[in-house]
Design a protein around this ligand. Sequence first.
Ligand code: THU
Length: 164
Amino acid sequence: MKTHNISASYTEYDNIEELTSEDRDLVLAAREAAAGAYAPYSKFRVGAAVRLDKGTIVKGANVENAAYPSGICAERNALANCVTNFPDEKAVAIAIAAFTQDGAADDSVSPCGMCRQVIAEEEFRNHRKIKILLSGSQRVRIIETMKDLLPLQFNKGNLRIDHP
Ligand code: THU
C-alpha cells in the first residue's frame, strides 16, 4: 500500500496592475466579455477570454436557458468558439471574470467541473499547457496548467484509440 500526495500551487496578485501587459489584457477582455452574458436566472454574469498561440483573443460569456441545464458556461462557450473558428490555433491561456448584481465578484471564480474537463481536453490534445487566470474585483490568481485544478484527469489517452 502506498499513499500519494497531490499538490498544486497558484500565484496571487493583489491587483491587475501587477500582471504582465499580456495577462492584463486577457483579464480585461474576460471582464468585457461578461457584458455579453445572458443570465436572467442566476443574475451571475461570467466572461471568459482565451488567448491563442498566434495572439488572437476569443471571448465567451455564459448563456442561460429557461430549461436550466441547457445553459452553457462562459469558458466552454469561448473554447467552442476557438475550436470552431480558429482550428489551426492552440489555446495558451484563459481568463475568467464574474459579476453579481452588485458588480464584480469580490473573490475570483474558478471553472466548474465540466469546464475543467473541456479545458483539459484542449491541453491534452494540443500538448500545451493552458494558463488559467481567475479575476476577482481586485485580486487575480494564476494557475499554470489545468493539471493543477484537475489532477488524475480522465482524457483521450485513457480510451486507447487512434483518433487524431
Ligand atoms: N458559470 C460560468 O459561466 N462559469 C463558471 O466558471 C461558473 C458558473 C455560469 C453558469 C450559470 O450561468 C451561472 O454562472 C451560475 O452558475
